[in-house]
Ligand binder design. Structure first.
Ligand code: UDP
Length: 377
């Protein structure tokens, strides 16, 4: 049998695309090299807790159609992300808001906080921020940059903040209100029952083959379908012919602890340079109300995250979207545009620091475009 689409990768892009294509009457085969579906949103059950195996994923979006879309496949809880920053044992609220400014400077009013930021920005002499360091200082001043941004960012990206693009820090809101919600999003939550179940619902009725490595068997697999949706790394697709793009990888050290509550929050970021991990995730707090069922579970599962430079064979997590990699990506993109039977999608396929909602939005658009005979790119 020849399928209309071969979808390579059962992560969010692949699952959404496959679901929509099937709905439009197309035949679809989904393959994944891992033994499970879900890509990096995969969650697995450990001690009754859904563990975010490939890193914490908190669904948040301003796109009503995407929120409505995911709600077809899961019911979302009311989780609101409010990470705590731990700087050498001093705790600060994130994102940067009045609680943070009060703890840092003792300021009480928004006017005092704004004046403090302005004073530090002026002293640093930054008018037109050109990199992450300058952008951070101009947003929140030098004290917060030094204690809550510099160490974390340099551990996370393995590069000095002066060599990183400014947009990365713009992901975080800065607020002159007492609001610890990490995201500026109208809709937010975690799928009850875990992301794997949500993705399984997307893939319901669709043939999925696991433990299949597309690039190892490309010719034969290509023969199975008219069109391929490839969600793996774009450079791997082209055998790294132009050289590898840079990614950051993450190692998770996961432990089951014999206590009901380790850190009292889903995420604690270790923002000093000396602590080797970037953050600790306590998975149970994603799913239960803090003072409700969560405390009834006698155990807890935590993951320490260690960031490292990706090398061939590691799992790529974050594209390093700086100028150098941007140039290289453009060249890969030009090669990709010549592949008339293949569409590249997702964080790895498009080498883009996508959030989940943007991936879903993109997959929905792509499917519509391909269906109407327009190439999606
Ligand atoms: N960041 C920081 N301190 C923190 C949290 C984040 O400096 O405590 C910076 C860091 O540069 C990071 C960026 O903000 O790469 C984006 O953070 P986000 O939480 O969006 O990253 P993700 O959750 O995707 O790893």
């Amino acid at each position: 049998m020849k399928y209309d689409y071969l979808v390579v990768g059962a992560g969010l892009f692949g699952a959404v695309f496959a679901h929509e294509a099937k709905k439009a009457g197309k035949s679809v085969l989904v393959i994944d090299r891992r033994p499970q579906i879900g890509g990096n949103v995969y969650t697995e059950d450990v001690e009754g807790i859904h563990v975010h195996k490939y890193g914490a994923h908190i669904f948040h979006t301003n796109l009503k159609h995407v929120w409505d879309y995911v709600n077809q496949f899961a019911t979302f809880n009311r989780f609101t992300n409010s990470p705590v920053a731990n700087y050498h044992g001093e705790l600060y609220s994130l994102p940067f808001n009045m609680y943070t400014f009060n703890k840092m400077w003792g300021v009480v009013t928004p006017q005092e906080a704004a004046a403090k930021i302005e004073e530090q920005r002026k002293a640093a002499g930054i008018t037109n921020p050109k990199n992450l360091e300058e952008q951070a200082i101009s947003l929140v001043g030098t004290d917060i940059y030094e204690k809550l941004i510099k160490g974390y960012t340099e551990k996370q990206w393995g590069r000095p903040c002066t060599e990183l693009p400014a947009f990365i820090i713009k992901r975080l809101p800065v607020r002159l209100t007492f609001d610890n919600n990490y995201f500026n999003a109208l809709y937010q939550g975690i799928p009850i029952g875990g992301y794997t179940k949500m993705v399984a619902n997307m893939l319901s009725g669709i043939e999925v083959r696991l433990n299949v490595d597309y690039l190892e068997d490309k010719e034969e697999l290509d023969g199975l379908a008219d069109h391929v949706i490839y969600t793996g790394p774009i450079d791997a697709y082209f055998h790294y012919d132009l050289g590898p793009l840079e990614y950051r990888s993450v190692r998770f050290e996961t432990e089951v602890l014999d206590m009901p509550n380790f850190q009292g929050n889903a995420a604690v970021n270790y923002t000093d340079r000396e602590t080797p991990w970037t953050r600790i995730i306590e998975h149970k707090w994603f799913e239960f109300g803090k003072d409700e069922e969560g405390n009834d579970l006698p155990k807890t599962v935590i993951s320490r995250e260690y960031s490292s430079e990706w090398k061939v064979g590691d799992e790529p997590y974050y594209p390093v979207n700086d100028a150098k990699n941007g140039e290289l990506y453009k060249k890969y993109r030009a090669l990709a545009d010549r592949e008339t039977k293949v569409t590249f999608g997702g964080r790895l396929g498009e080498y883009k620091y996508y959030d989940m909602d943007a991936v879903i939005d993109r997959a929905l658009k792509c499917e519509k475009e391909l269906l109407s005979g327009v190439s999606c790119g």
